[in-house]
Design a protein around this ligand. Structure first.
Ligand SMILES: C[S@@+](CC[C@H](N)C(=O)[O-])C[C@H]1O[C@@H](n2cnc3c(N)ncnc32)[C@H](O)[C@@H]1O
Length: 246
């Protein structure tokens, strides 16, 4: 299999054309327990990381915001509170099960945000139509990350901001304990709570295969983000990359 045709699905090498199906399988399987697992795995810290990311992106009243790989809608909710009645937040994801759960949560919270089933690598949206694009814990799962970043740049207005919140490379001294937690605790927790160890093993593996802070920054610059700031959170467990579209 040539490198053009293959990619990673966790530590497994798979045909590029097959990755999206495998990722869909993961999120179809975990959608029902996704929010509970996020709270348990991170001891609630994912809420802090998301709140930090939304604050750092300086979303303003009246802004048009696109939440990509929005899943169950945590960022969408936070964005919607900031843009107010004069703004718009589009809640989008490639996975119908995740999108449905997110739509239900948004409605329960009294938030009117349209949901869009869409692949981040081919967004059915006009050029330069958003002030802010956010993608939280989604980029890691995409087959062609450069293409997805180029799409995010395309739909942003000049001067618009991209917020990429994603697992990243932890500080080296903490790596052994983090590895132990990731490969021993996470799959067991996944099995116990969601009845699915494999999806949480994929999570741990996909984090290791994701570009580190500096590589992702370079990828964003190549995609058209002239200025990119990197904010490390929890010693690099997570990084927020904030890019400005030039
Ligand atoms: C870990 S969840 C993140 C959900 C939410 N953003 C959050 O932070 O809780 C990853 C999401 O990425 C979505 N996803 C994966 N590949 C995608 C793609 N190519 N385009 C859009 N969404 C994608 C999955 O369906 C899933 O809902």
């Amino acid at each position: 299999m040539s490198s053009e045709e293959s990619t990673h699905f966790g530590f497994e090498t798979v045909a590029s054309s097959d990755k999206a199906r495998k990722v869909r399988g993961v999120f179809d399987a975990v959608a029902g327990k996704y929010d509970l697992m996020n709270d348990l795995m991170s001891l609630g810290l994912h809420r802090v990381w998301k709140a930090y990311a939304v604050a750092a992106a300086q979303v303003r009243e009246g802004d048009r915001v696109l939440d990509i790989a929005a899943g169950t809608g945590d960022l969408t909710l936070a964005f919607a509170r900031r843009v107010g009645a004069t703004g718009l937040v589009l809640h989008s994801d490639i996975n119908e099960a995740m999108l449905r759960r997110g739509r239900d949560r948004l409605l329960d919270a009294g938030v009117l945000a349209p949901s869009l089933l869409a692949d981040a690598q081919a967004l059915p949206l006009s050029d330069a139509s958003f002030d802010v694009v956010g993608v939280a814990f989604g980029l890691r799962n995409m087959t062609d990350k450069a293409k997805a970043l180029a799409e995010m740049a395309r739909v942003l207005k000049p001067g618009g901001r991209l917020l990429v919140l994603e697992f990243s490379r932890i500080a080296a001294p903490l790596a052994p304990v983090y590895d132990w937690y990731s490969f021993n605790v996470l799959p067991r927790l996944g099995q116990w709570i969601a009845g699915d160890a494999a999806s949480y093993r994929y999570l741990a593996e996909s984090i290791r295969m994701h570009p580190d802070q500096a590589t992702l920054k370079a990828m964003m610059k190549a995609a058209g983000f002239g200025h990119v700031d990197v904010h490390e959170l929890a010693a690099g467990v997570v990084a927020l990359h904030l890019g400005v579209r030039c």
